[in-house]
Write a protein that binds this ligand. Structure first.
Ligand code: NAD
Length: 252
């Protein structure tokens, strides 16, 4: 329970990797603010999550693509738990479109939900952490595609490449004020974002064959890394990304 007394925000916290991160940080003792986008299914899932975690968690309906919602998310966190120590900028979407077939609307949506959200999430969390005297950690959920082109998913790769530089630059800017900024770069993880691949046995065979460890990651495996980096695993880390990709980036 080494995160006892710490307060964490997890954006996109009631699905896939985010949901697993909420559980891992709560198990480590942190109080959690679960950011989610309200719809009947998400709200039902959130209620189960919050009930399971008792008074250690609250849910906040905040669209991370809007700065006003992010401001509200940080304000509600401080209102509920008095501080903010760990900000996990996790929410993200894909378009699965190439440069030739991406519309302006698709481009703007993926950049707003993936990159703009991480930029302002970092800014607002850092201001609160500095006000507290420093000591905070900001964890950006990037991807192997922060550095590795994926044809047919161009806006996504661009947004993750932006998150890579955000992590580097913000880490350098904020380090002197005691705020660490760290990227987590998963490879393929078994979550709803990969539903179409997981429903296609041929695609799964090809993917598994390309991964040196022979399989996709489970969300809990990425969450365990986030919990480690939120705690003793990152005492001397900032402005860099830790990859959890089963070796896929180096296999071809
Ligand atoms: P997911 O679809 O299960 O979760 C995405 C989450 O983002 C959901 O909770 C969704 O509600 C939330 N979200 C989307 N738009 C939002 C908005 N406007 N405001 C607030 N929340 C919003 O997918 P996942 O795989 O768990 O993805 C989580 C993160 O991990 C993403 O940033 C994704 O790019 C990254 N990632 C995933 C994989 C993978 O293979 N699954 C690999 C590398 C990186």
């Amino acid at each position: 329970m080494t995160l006892h007394g710490k307060v964490a925000v997890v954006t996109g916290g009631n699905s896939g990797i985010g949901k697993a991160v909420v559980l891992a940080l709560a198990e480590a003792g942190a109080n959690i603010v679960i950011d989610y986008v309200s719809n009947p299914e998400a709200t039902e899932l959130l209620e189960k999550q919050v009930v399971a975690l008792g008074d250690k968690a609250i849910g906040v309906d905040a669209d991370v693509s809007k700065v006003a919602d992010l401001e509200m998310l940080v304000a509600k966190t401080v209102e509920a738990f008095g501080r903010l120590d760990i900000m996990v900028n996790n929410a993200g979407i894909e378009t699965r479109t190439s440069i030739l077939d991406t519309t302006e609307e698709q481009y703007e949506r993926v950049m707003a939900i993936n990159l703009k959200s991480a930029f302002f999430g970092t800014q607002l969390a850092a201001k609160q952490m500095i006000k507290q005297g420093g000591g905070g950690r900001i964890i950006n959920m990037t991807s192997v595609h922060e550095d590795w082109p994926m044809p047919g998913n161009t806006p996504y790769c661009l947004s993750k490449g932006g998150m890579r530089m955000l992590t580097r630059t913000a880490g350098v800017e904020l380090g002197p004020q005691g705020v660490q900024v760290i990227g987590v770069g998963p490879g393929a993880v078994a979550t709803p974002i990969n539903t179409s691949t997981m429903n296609d046995p041929e695609k799964m065979r090809t993917l598994d064959a390309a991964i040196p460890l022979g399989r996709m990651a489970e969300p809990s495996e990425i969450a365990a890394l986030v919990a480690f980096l939120a705690d003793e695993g990152a005492t001397y880390l900032t402005a860099t990304t830790v990859f959890a990709d089963g070796g896929i980036m180096h296999s071809s």
